[in-house]
Design a protein around this ligand. Sequence first.
Ligand SMILES: N[C@@H](CCC(=O)N[C@@H](CS)C(=O)NCC(=O)O)C(=O)O
Length: 225
Amino acid sequence: QPSRAVMALCELGHTDLDQAGSAELPIAYDKVVVKIFEGDQHGAEFKKLNPARQVPVLVDGDFVLAESHSILRYLAESRALPDHWYPKDLRKRARVDEYLDWHHTHLREGVHTYLIKKTLYPVFGIDVSEDEFNSLRKILQVSLKYMEDKLSKHKYLCGDQISIADLSAFCEIIDTKLLPDVDISKYVLIVDWMDIMLAIPAIKKVHAGLLSQIEGSMKNMKAKL
Ligand SMILES: N[C@@H](CCC(=O)N[C@@H](CS)C(=O)NCC(=O)O)C(=O)O
């Protein structure tokens, strides 16, 4: 998820989504795949880049930066991207930061942590108690309510313009489609907002692999019915 958010911002780059028909002007970047399921993040070379051993990591000349939200902010500022991504206005910016800080302990917990514990832990034989699953489901519901409430006030999460908060949130919440026991359809404003986000070609492009994975798991589920 966090890597997809960074790639989506690079793909969108200088495209001004406030201006209808604005030309697509991506930020040039080289994508280096780190195979986390094969443990590449624990190799000596990668540890030098990010001692926390997680992706994404940005290498911009001699400057190395980890943490997706820090990278999104850095790209928005250093590449002077259209203001709507990370507004200069102090209060609008604070609203985006508020979402980004909240994200780690809420939506990320409710989706990513739940997904990992549900799908990956069994592969490694790690038990997760039903209480733990219940508390993660609770965090997800609380998170979805918080987002639905935000979207009842404006078109995007932090205002009427798209920001890096929407990118981070979308790239996380789309993973709920990999969880057959999670149904977010009652959050109608979130569902509409997801459609708007996915209609942006650059966002669709970075999710192509995930979308085909989701389609595969849907077919699999239908075959079992
Ligand atoms: N807070 C970090 C989270 C990064 C993260 O969770 N990365 C995962 C992939 S989605 C990872 O590298 N996992 C490998 C591991 O923990 O061994 C960010 O936003 O960049």
